[in-house]
Design a protein around this ligand. Sequence first.
Ligand SMILES: [Zn+2]
Length: 71
Amino acid sequence: MPMFEYVCRACGERFEELRSLDPDQPAPVCPECGSGQVVKLFSSFASLSPGSPSTPKGSGRSSCGGSGRFT
Ligand SMILES: [Zn+2]
């Protein structure tokens, strides 16, 4: 089971938890204050960019190749 690192947004506590990879597993709660507002810390790089722009590639390009544009 992998170990994940979390930080509590309520009190700032950092803790580690062994989690399974089950996506249905509920998020952990802070062992310090019991808050459920914890953020998973990925291996020390993903937390540097809050609110990264979501740019789906390949989608939303429907300008050409439409339906019945040939005359
Ligand atoms: Zn906390």
